[in-house]
Design a protein around this ligand. Structure first.
Ligand SMILES: Cc1cc2nc3c(=O)[nH]c(=O)nc-3n(C[C@H](O)[C@H](O)[C@H](O)COP(=O)(O)O)c2cc1C
Length: 178
């Protein structure tokens, strides 16, 4: 796909077909994540790929009950000590954000759906996946083929979670000063 077509096509997918993800596609999206820039090239981001159905059940639940039917969940983690600290901000969230978004866009390019998940119980995820104490879980995404026609996912997007609409450029870009 053309780059801007990928940007426009990406959407949060919350309903997945019962179809496995090809290893070749999985490798491609992980490679896109790997190539991301990071603070001082420290590459703090670590991914856990979960395909085991029982583990997926453990990661799903609560608000994220719909994750139970996905073929793959990718969990993005980092050790905050492996990133930068400046102006009172730790940049591991930025590092992981950039890397994860490269993964998400690469997935869109190979026609795989994703959905950033930030609302999860970190302690539960860490326990389920044996993640060490010093590591932060930043985000998760399901990965798979969309089954989202006019299902729950689309409905949620149009109502509770937002319409997918974006603010106009004039509202988010200031010229010359704030
Ligand atoms: C950091 C972050 C955290 C998010 N957390 C969740 C989440 O926990 N559950 C969920 O269903 N969607 C989550 N989303 C998806 C947003 O709701 C979604 O991106 C937004 O409504 C715009 O819709 P779109 O992605 O379809 O363009 C998250 C997105 C981001 C960037």
């Amino acid at each position: 796909m053309e780059f801007m077509d990928v940007i426009v096509a990406r959407t949060s997918v919350r309903s997945y077909a019962d179809k496995p993800v090809e290893e070749e596609k999985l490798s491609k999206v992980l490679e896109a994540a790997r190539l991301a820039p990071s603070w001082a090239n420290k590459q703090c981001c670590r991914y856990i790929v979960v395909k085991d159905k029982a583990k997926i059940q453990e990661l799903a639940g609560g608000l994220n009950g719909w994750l139970k039917q996905v073929p793959v969940i990718v969990v993005a983690c980092a050790d905050p000590k492996d990133s930068g600290d400046r102006n009172g901000m730790n940049y591991f969230l930025v590092d992981v954000g950039i890397s994860m978004q490269q993964l998400v866009l690469a997935a869109t390019d190979v026609e795989l759906g994703t959905c950033w998940i930030g609302a999860f119980d970190e302690a539960k995820i860490k326990k389920a996946l044996g993640i060490p104490e010093n590591i932060k879980v930043v985000a998760m995404t399901p990965l798979g083929y969309s089954a989202d026609k006019e299902g729950l996912g689309s409905k949620l997007r149009k109502t509770a979670i937002g319409s997918g609409k974006r603010k106009p450029l004039a509202e988010i870009v200031h010229q010359e000063k704030w």
